[in-house]
Design a protein around this ligand. Structure first.
Ligand SMILES: Cc1cc2nc3c(=O)[nH]c(=O)nc-3n(C[C@H](O)[C@H](O)[C@H](O)COP(=O)(O)O)c2cc1C
Length: 196
C-alpha cells in the first residue's frame, strides 16, 4: 500500500513538474556577423543559453535544413529573398513535449526589421492557445523593431509577455551584462529564475 501511495505521489509530482514546463525556441546565425566578426556561436544563441541557465528551460534551436551562408553579405541576400517571397524555410526536428509546455520563449535576431522567416515556420506550425509566450531578440540598433506586436498579432491565443532586446555584440562579448539584463527582465515579467 505504501509503495502504491509513493508511486502515486511521484506521478503527481512528475505531472505537475511537466505542466510547468518551459521551452526556449530560437534561431541564430553563426559565421560572419555584423559588428562581431566571425563567430562560432550566434548572438541570439548565447542569449538563449543565458535564459536557459537562469530558468532551467529546455532549448530547441531552429536549425535550417538548408544552411544559411556563413558570409554576411551572402546571408543578407538569402534573408532578403526569403522576406520578399514570404518563404517558410524548413528546420530540422521538432519541439518535444509541446502539450506539457506552458511557457515558450521565442528568440531571434532582427533581420531587416523583422523576425526571420524560419521562426514564422515554427510559430505557424504549433497551437499556442493558453501558452505564455516570451519573445527575446538580438539586434544592432533596431531594438525589438515591431516584432513584439507582430508576435502578439500572430499568436493571439497566447499571453505574450514583454520581450527583451539586447545588442548582438553585448550577447556575444559581455556575459556579465547579458546575465544582468536577462535576470532583471525575468524579474520584471515575473518569471521564476535564479539570479545568475
Ligand atoms: C540578414 C540580416 C539582417 C539584419 N537586419 C538588421 C536590422 O534590420 N536591424 C538591426 O538592428 N540589426 C540587423 N541585423 C543584425 C542582427 O540583428 C544582429 O547582428 C544579431 O545580433 C544577429 O544575431 P545572431 O548572431 O543570433 O544571428 C541583421 C543581420 C542580418 C544577418
Amino acid at each position: 500500500m505504501k509503495k502504491i501511495i509513493a508511486l502515486a505521489l511521484m506521478l503527481l509530482m512528475l505531472s505537475s513538474a511537466l505542466a510547468e514546463g518551459s521551452l526556449i525556441v530560437y534561431f541564430s546565425h553563426a559565421g560572419e556577423n555584423y559588428n562581431v566578426g566571425v563567430i562560432e556561436e550566434g548572438n541570439t544563441a548565447k542569449m538563449a543559453k543565458t535564459i536557459a541557465a537562469l530558468t532551467g528551460a529546455e532549448l530547441f534551436e531552429l536549425q535550417p535544413v538548408e544552411a544559411y551562408p556563413s558570409e554576411y553579405e551572402a546571408a543578407l541576400e538569402v534573408a532578403t529573398a526569403e522576406q520578399q517571397a514570404n518563404a517558410r524555410p524548413e528546420y530540422a526536428g521538432e519541439a518535444q513535449a509541446w502539450e506539457q509546455c506552458d511557457t515558450v520563449f521565442i528568440g531571434y535576431p532582427i533581420w531587416w526589421g523583422h523576425i526571420p522567416n524560419i521562426v514564422y515556420t515554427f510559430m505557424e506550425r504549433y497551437d499556442f492557445a493558453g501558452k505564455t509566450v516570451v519573445p527575446f531578440n538580438t539586434h544592432e540598433g533596431s531594438g525589438q523593431a515591431r516584432t513584439q506586436q507582430e508576435i502578439e498579432q500572430l499568436l493571439d491565443s497566447a499571453t505574450v509577455l514583454q520581450g527583451l532586446a539586447l545588442t548582438g555584440s553585448t550577447a556575444q562579448n559581455d556575459e556579465t551584462a547579458t546575465v544582468q539584463a536577462v535576470s532583471k527582465w525575468l524579474s520584471t515579467i515575473g518569471i521564476d529564475h535564479t539570479e545568475g
